[in-house]
Design a protein around this ligand. Structure first.
Ligand SMILES: Nc1ncnc2c1ncn2[C@@H]1O[C@H](COP(=O)(O)OP(=O)(O)OP(=O)(O)O)[C@@H](O)[C@H]1O
Length: 267
């Protein structure tokens, strides 16, 4: 199910293969089916956005992809391996960047966190430097998180994820708490990183425009229990531009379709 902007060469393999996934969780009223019958593939290097109303199960789905939660039914494959527990080459970035960074560590030591005990010191240093460069924080490594703005802190969290050189980046509302301009800047930072690394990215957002702007394909999660009701390829050319891309007829068409799908879910 690769989007049209994913080249033929990249379709030869699948990053994720999700088949008939269901999750039941215990609530105060007993076990509750949160999501059901979810099937989709993600191609290597693809960017997939997930949208849906609050409580529909987006984070639950992302946690399953990250191996942080076991499905109650169905299977999740990463490449040719079944996901049981967090895979080493998948990193999850959460929205809560304030709590994600360790305040007593400098920026560079926060970025190095996932490498300690796994990567020799010299390589660690070069990976940290490269990751800070990718998010536009060259020369800021010696600072402490408390001196950083929300946007900067989120850059550090993304750098920490990139330092691990993951094949997949999972992001839960990565730019949700940022002002419009900082958000737009970080969206473009993410697209630049993607152009350089071709990391597969699956992310959740409440912002439909963000979903379309960043993605090759947008999945709509709807219903109760939640399931995928639409999978819309955006078909938009890259590199993207904050003004020009959002004015393309194709962009507006996808936006219209997404609104319709979400409005239907709100009844
Ligand atoms: N650990 C848990 N135990 C029981 N129920 C849970 C657990 N985690 C989430 N839920 C329930 O599962 C449902 C889906 O939650 P989830 O966080 O996946 O939704 P979401 O679509 O990400 O919502 P939001 O957009 O508000 O973040 C909610 O009703 C939530 O209360």
């Amino acid at each position: 199910m690769a989007g049209p902007s994913v080249s033929t060469a990249e379709r030869t393999a699948v990053a994720y293969e999700v088949d008939s996934l269901g999750v039941r969780l215990n609530s105060t009223d007993g076990p509750r089916q949160i999501v059901r019958d979810i099937s989709f593939d993600v191609a290597p290097g693809e960017i997939v956005g997930i949208v849906g109303r609050s409580g529909v199960g987006k984070t639950t789905l992302l946690r399953v992809l990250g191996g942080l939660l076991a499905p109650s039914s169905g299977t999740v494959f990463l490449g040719n391996r079944a996901v049981h527990g967090p895979p080493a080459d998948v990193v999850v970035v959460f929205q809560d960047y304030d709590n994600a960074l360790l305040p007593w560590r400098t920026v560079e030591r926060n970025v190095a966190l996932g490498l300690e005990g796994r990567v020799p010191r010299r390589e660690r240093r070069s990976r940290v430097e490269r990751a800070l460069g990718l998010v536009g924080l060259d020369g800021r490594g010696k600072e402490y998180p408390r001196r950083l703005s929300g946007g900067m802190a989120q850059r550090v969290q993304i750098a920490r994820a990139l330092a691990v050189q993951p094949t997949v980046l999972l992001m839960d509302e990565p730019f949700g708490a940022l002002d419009a301009l900082t958000k737009a800047t970080l969206q473009d930072v993410l697209l630049d990183i993607h152009a350089q690394t071709r990391t597969t990215i699956v992310f959740i957002t409440h912002d439909l425009d963000e979903a379309i702007y960043l993605s090759d394909r947008v999945l709509v999660l709807a219903g109760a229990p939640g399931t995928i009701t639409r999978a819309l390829p955006t078909g938009l050319p890259r590199p993207r531009d904050q003004l020009a891309t959002r004015e393309l007829p194709g962009y507006l068409r996808v936006r219209h379709q997404l609104w319709e799908a979400l409005r239907a879910d709100h009844g």
